[in-house]
Design a protein around this ligand. Structure first.
Ligand code: ATP
Ligand code: MG
Length: 180
């Protein structure tokens, strides 16, 4: 079985901007800058032949390249249930269009439909239980004006998420170019 997901990689300059945010929140486990990405669709654990079907379906996608801007930060979960800090994404019909195509391709390949609404974000940190609410609030308020980009999005990527002793490693398996 291979654990896979479809995502946008981010340009080095955007990763560097986001990497600069990694401070001041005790209990935050920051995403390694190299691992920063925007998930379009989590595929999950699939047998290798099923992953090949997913690849073939993704390979059929014809969607235009576009520009994307990251905007602001937020958290999933509130108070004691805070679990994740993220960077937000400026509204983008082109991103929604691409995500819908990726979703239908993955379903065409035989995977179940994702029932949760797509909430585009870049995970900045996982939060331990003891992350302090005041520090979280200060982080979110202090970075409300974050802007990174606009960045050109000219491809999307099928990644393997390979479990290890610590954080999983994300390995790019295949790039899919968008139409320039
Ligand atoms: P860990 O699960 O060990 O904390 P991780 O979440 O970074 O690490 P994966 O669970 O393999 O690694 O997830 C890979 C990518 O897919 C991440 O961007 C993650 O946020 C996203 N993802 C994982 N599970 C889901 C899910 N059920 N729905 C939507 N996205 C998911
Ligand atoms: Mg996970």
């Amino acid at each position: 079985m291979i654990r896979a997901f479809v995502a946008l990689d981010l340009p080095p300059a955007v990763k560097a901007t986001l990497a600069d945010l990694r401070a001041g929140v005790a209990g935050a486990r920051w995403t390694d800058p190299a691992d920063l990405h925007l998930t379009l669709r989590f595929v999950g654990e699939v047998p290798e032949d099923r992953l090949e079907e997913v690849h073939l379906a993704l390979d059929e996608i014809r969607a235009p390249a576009f520009d994307l801007t990251l905007e602001g930060v937020g958290q999933f979960g509130q108070g004691a249930r805070s679990r994740l800090l993220w960077a937000g994404v400026a509204a983008s019909p082109a991103l929604a269009h691409l995500q819908a195509k990726v979703e239908s391709a993955v379903v065409r390949a035989g995977e179940p439909t994702e029932t949760r609404r797509f909430t585009p974000h870049v995970t900045l940190a996982r939060l331990d239980r003891q992350a302090h609410p005041d520090r979280l609030r200060r982080f979110v308020e202090g970075n409300a004006l974050l802007r990174a980009g606009p960045m050109p999005v000219d491809r999307f990527v099928l990644f393997e998420s390979r479990p290890g002793s610590g954080r999983p490693r994300y390995l790019p398996l295949q790039d899919y170019p968008l139409l320039g």
